[in-house]
Design a protein around this ligand. Structure first.
Ligand SMILES: [Zn+2]
Length: 448
């Protein structure tokens, strides 16, 4: 294993792959023949985009960095986690893009103002009266949720939304007291403040995320910070929708597409949130259907990973220079295809059963970009990977049309123009803490 920061070069990787031990392992490993892949996935023509595709998009995109700090203790680090929510006016975007390309440096300045961000203790950072860096980290995670008010006219916090989701968590799975040195096991609910032992350890509702169990007192905490970011992004999505509901704005949501960075899933110890988010999205969608006659538009975009690699690998056909996916073609991925071709498994359990609240598809945009996206399960019929029938998803045509519009030919194979707040191509409107007021204003103007 290389030391941290030391990357094996191509040459040395090649040398490893030639060793007898690796060769003998590979002779036992299954090999997928390219022909079988071609047979199993048939790209289909996307349905034509409806006349009224989404007028606005909200992109939620987080990032984190682990930064060394000098506090007198060796190896001390803090994590800096930011989640940006950006509103894009899709109708005006192409025009604005031509008229005034935004200077990325200038954009970054505004981005700073608009993001919700937090510094979290890393290894060897002990704050206040805490006894360990882990305890300090737990408190900071709680405070991030507690302090985050997205809309200045709606006092509800991300913590309120998180507690609502926590209410859906099954009570059957007690966890160990998060306090170091206490072995009490109990269920953390929305109202839990102490552990039931005689020690009455302080407990936060956010301890139910169990991210602190991945926290290292010594060494890197990239994983823990990544989990905070992932949780924050997805809870923010639900939070925005619940703010809409409270203000009776869900009827305007038909004009709006939500984009989330990464798959519609929750991984690691907070994976239980996936089922809770799914339940809440299905509940909200019932109201949206009543008000708009259609479903919510929520799209997860993967920029890296096995599915992105796989799409890149299968797109070229046997004929050199010819691609299997023509522009506006898609393939909805089934459980069978994923297990046979991408994430090798003989399990009877559905792929991503405990982690995903949506399903993936490949899409080639009108401009020729390859997109790995996922859409949520918004009712029980949609909650399947058995079929590639897109008629289950009434917004599928709108999603493809919106992706066509969002992916500029100048940025092939990347949705970064929308999802990444780092791009200068796609930010005509910027929301930040007043996200909801501005959005409401925009939606009302459209209606008039
Ligand atoms: Zn305890």
């Amino acid at each position: 294993m290389p030391y941290e920061g030391e990357f094996a070069s191509y040459r040395s990787l090649n040398r490893i792959s030639q060793t007898d031990r690796v060769k003998s392992l590979l002779t036992k490993a299954r090999v997928i023949s390219p022909d079988a892949t071609a047979a199993a996935l048939t790209p289909k023509q996307a349905p034509p985009a409806p006349a009224g595709t989404s007028a606005f998009a909200v992109a939620i995109d987080g990032s984190y960095a682990e930064v060394p700090v000098k506090n007198g203790y060796p190896g001390a680090h803090v994590g800096y986690v930011t989640v940006a929510s950006v509103l894009l006016n899709l109708r005006d975007q192409a025009q604005l893009d031509e008229q005034r390309p935004i200077n990325p440096v200038e954009f970054r300045k505004t981005e700073q103002a608009a993001t919700v961000d937090a510094a979290l203790p890393g290894s060897n950072i002990v704050t206040r009266e805490h006894r360990s860096a882990r305890a300090a980290f737990r408190e900071a995670v709680f405070e991030v949720f507690h302090d985050a008010v997205v809309d200045s006219e709606d006092p509800s916090t991300l913590l309120d939304t998180f507690k609502h989701l926590l209410g859906f968590k099954p009570k059957s799975n007690p966890q160990k007291c998060p306090h170091d040195g206490c072995d009490e096991e109990f269920v953390i609910g929305p109202a839990t403040t102490t552990c039931p032992s005689s020690r009455h350890c302080r407990v936060y509702p956010t301890d139910a995320l169990r991210i602190h169990e991945r926290f290292e007192e010594v060494g890197s905490n990239g994983e823990a910070f990544g989990l905070v970011m992932q949780t924050w992004e997805r809870v923010l999505l639900v939070h925005l929708l619940r703010c809409f509901e409270r203000r009776n704005w869900l009827e305007g949501v038909g004009n709006l597409a939500f984009f989330v960075d990464g798959p519609l899933a929750m991984f690691g110890p907070p994976a239980w949130l996936s089922a809770a988010i799914s339940k809440e999205l299905k509940r909200l969608n019932v109201i949206v259907r009543q008000k708009t006659g259609n479903d919510l538009v929520i799209v997860g975009i993967e920029k890296t990973g096995a599915f992105v690699t796989h799409f890149d690998e299968i797109d070229p056909s046997e004929t050199p220079g010819e691609l299997r996916f023509a522009p506006r073609m898609y393939a909805m991925l089934t459980d069978k295809y994923i297990k046979q071709r991408i994430s090798l498994s003989d399990s009877d359990r559905r792929y991503g059963q405990d982690t995903y609240f949506g399903r993936k598809f490949f899409y080639k945009t009108a401009s020729g970009a390859r997109i790995v996206a996922s859409i949520p399960f918004l009712d029980d019929a949609q909650d399947t990977l058995d079929t590639d029938d897109v008629s289950l998803y009434p917004q599928f045509a709108n999603v493809c049309g919106t992706l066509d519009r969002l992916v500029s030919s100048r940025f092939p194979n990347a949705l970064s123009p929308i999802v990444s707040a780092h791009s200068h191509a796609a930010i005509p409107l910027h929301l930040g803490t007043k996200v909801l007021q501005q959005l409401a204003k925009a939606l009302m103007t459209r209606k008039a």
